[in-house]
Design a protein around this ligand. Sequence first.
Ligand SMILES: CC(C)(COP(=O)([O-])OP(=O)([O-])OC[C@H]1O[C@@H](n2cnc3c(N)ncnc32)[C@H](O)[C@@H]1OP(=O)([O-])[O-])[C@@H](O)C(=O)NCCC(=O)NCCSC(=O)C[C@@](C)(O)CC(=O)[O-]
Ligand SMILES: NC(=O)C1=CN([C@@H]2O[C@H](COP(=O)(O)OP(=O)(O)OC[C@H]3O[C@@H](n4cnc5c(N)ncnc54)[C@H](O)[C@@H]3O)[C@@H](O)[C@H]2O)C=CC1
Length: 437
Amino acid sequence: MITLISGFSKLSKEEKIEWLSQTYLANNKDAREILTQYWNPDSSLQQLHEEFTENTLSNYYLPFGLAPNFLINDRLYAIPMAIEESSVIAAASKAAKFWSKRGGFKAEVLGTQKIGQVHFMYTGDAKKLEDFFSKIKPKLFAAVAPLTKNMEKRGGGVMNMELRNKTRLLAGYYQLHCTFETKDSMGANFINSCLERFAETFKAEAETHEAFDAAEKQVEIVMSILSNYVPDCIVRAEVSCPLTELADHGMSGEDFASKFVRALKIAEAEPYRAVTHNKGIMNGIDAVVLATGNDFRAVEAGIHAYASKEGKYSSLSHAQVQDGQFRFWLEIPLALGTVGGLTALHPLSKIALEILQKPSAEELMKIVAVTGLAQNFAAVKSLITTGIQQGHMKMHLMNILNQLQATAQEKEVLTAYFKDHNVSHSAVEQQIEKLRS
Ligand SMILES: CC(C)(COP(=O)([O-])OP(=O)([O-])OC[C@H]1O[C@@H](n2cnc3c(N)ncnc32)[C@H](O)[C@@H]1OP(=O)([O-])[O-])[C@@H](O)C(=O)NCCC(=O)NCCSC(=O)C[C@@](C)(O)CC(=O)[O-]
Ligand SMILES: NC(=O)C1=CN([C@@H]2O[C@H](COP(=O)(O)OP(=O)(O)OC[C@H]3O[C@@H](n4cnc5c(N)ncnc54)[C@H](O)[C@@H]3O)[C@@H](O)[C@H]2O)C=CC1
């Protein structure tokens, strides 16, 4: 019978594996071996990875690949991508090559403001709270001065603070709604530290505020935390070209563009399609976010909230045909860092940022948005021409062969065979059986 364990966190890595093996893996030797096989032979590198998080047993590899030929604002980039899914890097590379011959990608940062909130409860006169806030606002800023001094030197810091009355949503609920500029850092830790200092000062000042009665003095701080919804930290990426340059698969440029635009209109109108459409965009975005050591959960949460900003989940990208020109673009919120977090700690993230020529956070926002747009272009292009399976399954072939434990020779024969045959799991199975019989 499995029982609770106390003190698991205090065990050594080997003891944790031993406990896991006995408790959940029926002493499976293979499982134990697999966990240890992924330890890095360089013990200091292994220790670095273990210390990123807690209760680490092993390392979990993802492929780290490269998509070259991205012409962004007239500068050529090769983009590092960390992703397990077949055909994503190929698709990004193909779209990059395609647009490099049509003027490349244009990208622009439209805003860099981030949000953090102190959520608190106050039962009393709202006007008295407003007066109190106006009076102590300079003290709140003074309280965080030691924390913001260096950020201000970089041109960042706390940009604004408002008292927001949310009592219509929840009785007694108010916020200190703050905006931050965190320059090249994602800023979560900086923002949270500032917010917690605001909260302490706010509470302490309320306790001694003469105009408050006894109940009003008891402001209850519920929590102080940044928001991962950053609709004012926005980047726009775009491509455009004359319709004549879009002819594809026997389709005229006009036909291709009108089919493409229709596919985008469907993603704008229909949430079931929008989610998959946006997943295609996230294929590109997440891979660069991960490769550069950024927080993909924060990015995912913020982007999907933004996709629902009109009250309905919709496409993040849009396309249009006007005056013989095709335009395809997206606007997304992205809170990214090129300093802090894992960016300089994970040796591969460090290299990823070097490959990208040591970008500022704003430059990285552009690169990431462009990768999302490229990925989306490749996927939709496939969907409206060959269908997704042709290209995707071509790339997925090696995974199927590995699942079927194909030998090197079988791989060679079947890769050649599937160059001009459609790949499906059953077709590969059939061909391998033929070879083995
Ligand atoms: C898969 C391709 C690129 C094949 O496309 P293709 O035309 O067969 O490729 P090609 O062999 O003619 O090569 C053209 C270029 O593609 C790239 N390329 C080609 N092969 C490779 C490779 N092995 N490794 C690296 N790069 C590759 C590469 O840039 C190459 O140029 P080159 O390097 O030769 O100068 C194309 O069919 C495609 O773009 N498909 C879309 C694939 C896709 O979107 N995959 C994502 C997974 S599906 C999904 O999750 C999202 C989805 C689809 O549901 C989203 C949605 O519904 O909107
Ligand atoms: N809800 C969320 O998204 C949360 C995320 N996190 C995590 O927080 C981390 C990111 O927080 P950060 O504060 O960005 O990282 P961090 O704590 O590593 O701090 C970055 C620091 O780098 C310094 N810095 C040096 N050069 C700079 C420059 N040019 N521009 C800006 N700052 C510069 C600043 O002191 C800045 O505060 C990520 O690992 C994320 O996963 C933590 C809590 C909550």
